[in-house]
Design a protein around this ligand. Structure first.
Ligand code: URA
Length: 294
């Protein structure tokens, strides 16, 4: 390799890193510019839907006795390719989440759920952090690189800002409960697809139901639009109270800016502060209404 060539590769890798592409999906590079080899089976084709439900254990549809399972390889891309089709995965997620009697059971179910391809590119599940009996719950979008390494939500730079936001209303991180809509890091921090979000939604909904906080705070647009079922943007939704319906009760919910956004646009911290004050006030009022409810 010439030194020019080595420099080009170094610069290309630096460019990828800056763009958030910091993990390899396979052991071998794929030349996507060359003509497809039609003789080789495409392992990324989802398994065909079967008649039976998929299980939370495998997350894949049971395969009829005569049908050959797709070849198993060790690469993450190949394993991601055998995640079931989204509609089957969503149904399976609903079924699995419904049956979880506790947060621990929900975590165990998620650990063994193979219906979301993000699981196969992430290093680990990022389930939650904080107090499972908290009165205040924050939900972000999806873990990033630091969270994927530590297995905990909001531990990177935006997590440090979230800790300061929590401290600003007189609480500690350990007093609140923190989770994400998506519990696996999307590769390179890309935006989760609508299908990935729909597959993960039953789990975060069950998590909220089990924590049963007095106040739910959605951080940023994706979490707000998904959980509060609105199409309005965060500039319109932030600071407003919503009713989040768990199916058995209504929880007061507020949308506010994502800490990552506040890091990029610090002038909006002033508005986030107003949102935090409103949240603290509702928590205070509720504590007076029903002392020692948690
Ligand atoms: N951003 C999120 O939405 N969640 C995290 O856990 C970290 C960053």
């Amino acid at each position: 390799m010439t030194s020019d060539h080595a420099t080009t590769i170094r610069e290309l890798l630096a460019f990828y890193l800056e763009a958030g592409i910091d993990c390899a999906l396979g052991d071998e590079p794929v030349d996507r510019l060359c003509a497809p080899d039609l003789a080789t089976p495409n392992i990324a084709t989802p398994a065909p839907a079967s008649d039976g439900p998929i299980t939370a254990k495998t997350g894949t549809a049971p395969v009829a006795a005569t049908r050959q399972p797709p070849p198993r390889t060790t690469t993450a891309a190949a394993r991601a390719g055998i995640a079931p089709p989204p509609d089957i995965a969503i149904e399976s997620a609903r079924e699995a989440a419904r049956t979880a009697p506790s947060l621990e059971a929900l975590r165990t179910l998620l650990e063994s759920f193979d219906g979301c391809a993000l699981k196969f590119t992430a290093s680990r599940l990022v389930f939650a952090d904080g107090n499972p009996r908290a009165r205040l719950m924050f939900v972000g979008e999806a873990p990033g690189r630091d969270e994927d390494i530590e297995g905990l939500p909001f531990v990177g730079r935006s997590g440090q800002l979230l800790n300061r936001m929590i401290a600003a209303i007189g609480l500690k991180r350990g007093d609140v409960y923190i989770a994400n809509v998506i519990p696996w890091r999307p590769p390179g921090n890309r935006t989760p697809t609508p299908q990935e979000t729909q597959i993960c939604l039953p789990f975060i909904r069950r998590q909220i139901e089990l924590v049963n906080p007095d106040v739910l705070v959605t951080l940023g647009n994706p979490s707000t639009q998904t959980l509060l079922e609105t199409r309005e943007g965060i500039m319109k939704t932030r600071g407003r109270w919503f009713d989040y319906d768990t199916g058995t009760r209504a929880i007061r919910a507020m949308a506010t800016f994502h800490p990552a956004y506040l890091l990029r646009s610090p002038s909006y911290k002033r508005m986030a502060w107003l949102d935090l004050r409103a949240i603290a006030k509702v928590l205070e009022d509720k504590a007076l209404e029903q002392p020692a409810s948690k």
